[in-house]
Unconditional design. Structure first.
Length: 153
């Protein structure tokens, strides 16, 4: 069953690009932007990550921390972070546990070809670890997504 508005996020979120375990309690007392994206180093995902990078200071001033999640591995995440100079963690959800818990993994279609993948989705989580808002894939404008965070209220 996918997590929804009002649900508490799981304590164990996964391992970041350095193999360090990321927990919900690491962000206790802070708001969290947990964004799921399909793949490192693709145009839309790079635009979205750079939007968070470019607005990171403002998001932190507003009390948010940012964490990205994809099913890419740690090595891929390290390269993506280095290439784009991302100041936040990326979770390597290679076992697809988190994408399935959050209900963002499923059948997609590109040029008539069906495949399994991550639906670009962003969860805003309050200081107590409760999901307070969900940006659905069709709502997300990758190049300006970070500025959409402040507009949702």
């Amino acid at each position: 069953m996918a997590l929804k508005l009002g649900d508490k996020i799981p304590e164990i979120l996964g391992k970041n690009q350095n193999g360090k375990e990321i927990k919900a309690s690491d962000y206790k007392g802070k708001k969290l932007v947990l964004y799921f994206y399909p793949k490192d180093n693709t145009s839309g995902c790079t635009a979205e990550a750079c939007s968070f990078r470019d607005n990171y200071t403002d998001l932190r001033k507003a009390g948010y921390e940012v964490v990205g999640v994809s099913v890419d591995n740690e090595k891929s995440h390290l390269g993506f972070i280095e290439k784009q100079q991302l100041p936040f963690d990326l979770i390597a959800d290679t076992d697809k546990e988190l994408v399935e818990q959050f209900g963002v993994w499923g059948e997609k279609s590109l040029y008539g070809r069906k495949y399994m993948g991550t639906f670009r989705t962003t969860f805003l989580i309050d200081e107590a670890g409760i999901i307070e808002y969900i940006f659905q894939p069709k709502e997300i404008k990758t190049s300006t997504h970070a500025t959409q965070i402040g507009l949702h209220k």
